[in-house]
Design a protein around this ligand. Structure first.
Ligand code: 2BA
Length: 125
């Protein structure tokens, strides 16, 4: 049987409901604490190993239980450690400009970021 690994990055707020949806449909899932590279805030990565033919159903469940949100961006840098935009070219620079002048910018997140990987082997030993 050919298997795939579905890797889904979702917002923490959606993780409980998504895990419930997957387990209710009898898919085994593992939940990992993760951190977004851009916002540097916590998110949740869920991995699900499934036969090829179940992938679309799993992706549908992920889509059904995850939501796009406007998320406030808080300063991810410890006090005074932010290097000025000219030197970093970091894509967070425009937002840092607003944060450092007292604003609270927001980004519109996606619902979920999903990767589907081929699995060489799956076994429970
Ligand atoms: P973060 O990297 O913390 O990104 C959170 C949200 O910030 C993104 O939501 C997007 O709305 C915004 N954002 C990210 N990069 C940006 C940039 N250069 N300029 C402006 N806004 C930006 P999503 O796109 O829904 O991503 C949610 C999370 O999914 C990400 O958290 C990251 O943990 C993961 N992710 C997204 N794309 C990925 C990829 N290609 N590879 C691995 N992980 C990815």
């Amino acid at each position: 049987m050919t298997m795939k690994l579905v890797v889904a990055i979702v917002q923490n707020e959606d993780a409980d409901e998504l895990i419930e949806g997957l387990t209710a449909a009898h898919y085994g899932a593992t939940r990992l604490a993760s951190t977004g590279g851009f916002l540097r805030q916590g998110n949740t990565t869920i991995i699900v190993g499934v036969p090829d033919e179940a992938v679309q159903n799993v992706v549908n469940i992920i889509a059904q239980h995850s939501h796009s949100r406007r998320q406030p961006v808080t300063n991810p840098f410890p006090d005074n450690s932010y290097v000025t935009p000219k030197r970093t070219g970091n894509p967070i620079d425009p937002l840092m400009g607003q944060i450092l002048s007292g604003g609270t910018p927001e980004v519109q997140t996606g619902r979920a970021t999903v990767f589907v990987l081929n699995l060489d082997r799956y076994e429970r030993v």
